[in-house]
Ligand binder design. Sequence first.
Ligand code: SF4
Ligand code: SF4
Length: 143
Amino acid sequence: MRCVILAISNLLFNPACIVYANISRFKIITSGTDIVMTYVVVENCIKCKYTDCVDVCPVDCFHEGPNFLVIDPEECIDCTLCEPECPAGAIFADDDVPAGQESFIELNAELTKQWPVINASKDPPSDAEEWDGVEGKLQYLER
Ligand code: SF4
Ligand code: SF4
């Protein structure tokens, strides 16, 4: 609903507004301001990092840290391809992030600036399965 209101508002007041729609989500780009909807990697990726997600991303917006991946919110085009690929169920739309994990929206944006792009999958950590589903993993995030 937030997107629809913003889209109508931009169309009324800014004829240069371009609205891209993919099924139920919008990316709205005005002449001066981007209102970006993005996907977000949340806590269960920490110490799992299977990297299946990076192979399907058409715009290479995943960045890799020592034991976690993040999505660049400025590059993500909301194609939705990565979400079902994650064996750990750790990718969500930014307006669908599980309760209590909202801080990961800002964390993805922050760590994207520090970590290099990863665009090909690699072997997961040997103990990835043991960590899959463990709660409270934010304390183990390595930067
Ligand atoms: S597939 Fe999921 S757990 Fe693996 S790196 Fe990507 S987001 Fe993290
Ligand atoms: S939604 Fe699409 S563009 Fe965004 S991170 Fe996932 S695969 Fe990449």
